[in-house]
Design a binder for this molecule. Structure first.
Ligand SMILES: Nc1ncnc2c1ncn2[C@@H]1O[C@H](COP(=O)(O)OP(=O)(O)OP(=O)(O)O)[C@@H](O)[C@H]1O
Length: 569
């Protein structure tokens, strides 16, 4: 709880004027409650007992005034407090995404997208009510309690002792409940995240679900998560609502004692009936904010649990740190020296040595799982080497600024990424749209033919997964995107696998053409794609077993011969 406040309270300093207005609102509400309780005394003593007519006129007027002030106070308090809370949450959400996006690719490979969505939505929503309404409620109810305690003590200090003794007694059972609620809140948030994860997985894999008729199976899995969520939430309600009967009971005991003592004082004439009734009114009014306070405290547990889940993301730091050197303006060589890479226990690359010069097209071939994509992961620093080094010209890869590195390298991966936007935005992704350049890149990627036939041409809208395009068309958009950047290093990882033979051979020619003034790496299972590469590196079980031109490999490299024979079966 302390950490929760320590984290959010400093954010309130940007809202000084709004806090001032909300405090006025809160004071009006709290003062109004005290005022209403106090009015009971003159109503009884002056009007009913002393039969004071002036008072009879004044008290209804006072009542309207106090009640209206309270209503107005509540309105401005709710408005400003919500404003502050919503704004703090907006900033918190932006910050969290900003942080998540700095994390390494390995983090995203381990963490389920649905879980992250849940943190950014469900968890932050739970914090939202805390930083707005609950913090304000905490202040408002505390002030109301103070105002009413003031009235209670003012009317009779002795009775106040009996009336208020239950407050410290109630702390113990309430704190046990709060601890339980926090645990349940954690479980409820985890369960909410299971639901989001499952939904995101279901919608992402809907084609395979339909193709395998597993709708029922997926629904059953979802129902299980959903039931679990329901059970935890019901348990939370059961626990948190216990605070109400506990408080009611303790309150009733206190009120009973007060009536016994107070009543006998009134009978003995030591206390006026008005003071006694005002005291009782304040005491009963007092239990409402006390109960609310305990409910707020319970709800805060939920927010604290959500906050801890959010904070645990902040504790994860990126391991791939940027260097401060710019990418060389004119890349001449890339040298990969004795490089090894482990994914946890698994050694994916062992002692890799490979060099590339400007204008060269380097092909990486080999069995699936041989380590080709892993080498690409190293070149774009999705992962860092475990040993060895990679040099761009004479600069160590680690010393190069990551943004500058990735601006100068284009990668077309096996999986094609399409954004829910126009073709032009997809091609120029991350850069300003230059129509001419977009068309040029599309032409180079042999995509302009089909794009120009679409109703809105380069401004045709694509949907998120590019489902309004064929597999080959999507791949061509991805190639156009890579070319639009005019990169110094171009990496094509199975970039032509979805193309028909004819388009593939045309694009291979284009690649030959465009690789003249840059360094190009091509991974291809179809050996025809890379037959005129300047170098072919043959991967096997994380090692490069041969590097040469195809002609020589066919004579000297048994692994290449094997792949070649398999391809030509
Ligand atoms: N992110 C990862 N985390 C853990 N292991 C990984 C990861 N990526 C790849 N691997 C493992 O590393 C090994 C090499 O994989 P890599 O993707 O580099 O092979 P590849 O030669 O590109 O295969 P393919 O031709 O099928 O794409 C494989 O055993 C694979 O299971």
């Amino acid at each position: 709880m302390k950490n929760f406040f320590k984290y959010y309270l400093p954010l309130y300093k940007n809202y000084k004027l709004k806090i001032f207005y909300s405090l006025i609102g809160i004071l009006l509400v709290a003062g109004g409650s005290g005022g209403l309780a106090y009015i009971v005394k003159p109503l009884l003593d002056e009007v009913f007992i002393a039969k004071d007519k002036d008072m009879l006129l004044m008290i209804p007027f006072l009542l309207i005034l106090v009640q209206s002030a309270q209503g107005f106070g509540k309105y401005i308090q709710v408005y400003y407090v919500s404003y502050i809370g919503q704004d703090i949450i907006r900033i918190t959400r932006d910050r969290l995404l900003q942080h998540i996006l700095t994390l390494d690719i390995s983090f995203f490979q381990k963490k389920h997208g649905g879980e992250l969505i849940s943190r950014l939505t469900n968890d932050i929503n739970r914090i939202q009510t805390a930083v707005s309404n609950q913090i304000a409620g905490l202040i408002r109810e505390t002030l109301t309690i103070v105002a009413l305690i003031f009235v209670v003590i003012y009317q009779s200090a002795e009775l106040a002792f009996y009336g208020l003794i239950v407050l410290p007694i109630s702390v113990y059972p309430l704190s046990i409940l709060a601890r339980k609620i926090k645990k349940l809140s954690f479980r409820s948030q985890e369960s909410a995240s299971d639901i989001t994860s499952h939904l995101s997985e279901t919608f992402n894999n809907v084609e395979i679900i339909k193709a395998n008729c597993t709708e029922k199976m997926e629904l059953e899995k979802f129902e299980e998560h959903n039931k679990n969520f329901f059970n935890i939430n019901i348990k939370t309600v059961k626990t948190s609502e216990l605070s109400s009967p506990i408080m009611e009971f303790l309150g009733a005991v206190a009120a009973a004692i007060v009536i016994m003592y107070g009543g006998s004082e009134v009978i003995r004439g030591e206390l006026t009936a008005g003071s006694f009734m005002s005291f009782i009114a304040a005491l009963f009014m007092l239990y409402t904010p006390v109960k609310r306070l305990s409910a707020i405290y319970n709800q805060l547990q939920d927010a604290v649990a959500a906050h801890e889940r959010v904070i645990s993301l902040y504790e994860i730091k990126p391991q791939i740190l940027t260097g401060d050197k710019n990418f060389p303006e004119n890349i001449e060589t890339i040298d990969i020296k004795n490089v090894s890479l482990n994914y946890g226990e698994l050694q994916a690359l062992k002692n890799i040595n490979l060099s590339a010069k400007k204008g060269e097209k380097i092909a990486l071939v080999g069995d699936s799982g041989g380590g080709k994509s892993s080498l690409i992961n190293l070149l774009i620093r999705f992962y860092d080497v475990n040993s060895g080094e990679i040099l761009f010209n004479e600069t160590l890869l680690k010393e190069i600024n990551i943004k500058s590195l990735r601006t100068n390298i284009s990668v077309v991966t096996q999986r094609v990424y399409i954004f829910n936007d126009t073709i032009a935005s997809n091609v120029a992704y991350g850069q300003k749209i230059d129509e001419e350049k977009v068309i040029e890149a599309l032409k180079q990627a042999h995509a302009y033919d089909f794009v120009s036939k679409m109703e809105d041409g380069i401004y045709a809208k694509l949907d998120e997964f590019g489902t309004n395009l064929s597999g080959g068309q999507r791949q061509r958009i991805a190639i156009a995107r890579a070319l639009y950047k005019n990169p110094q290093v171009l990496i094509l990882d199975e970039a032509t696998s979805a193309l028909d033979n004819e388009s593939e051979s045309i694009i291979s020619e284009v690649i030959d053409e465009i690789s003249k003034n840059r360094i190009t790496f091509v991974i291809a299972h179809r050996l025809s794609t890379i037959k005129n590469a300047d170098k072919i590196a043959v991967f096997k079980n994380g090692e490069i077993v041969c590097v040469d031109k195809e002609k020589n490999l066919l004579n000297n490299c048994s692994e290449y011969q094997r792949l070649y024979n398999l391809a030509n079966l």
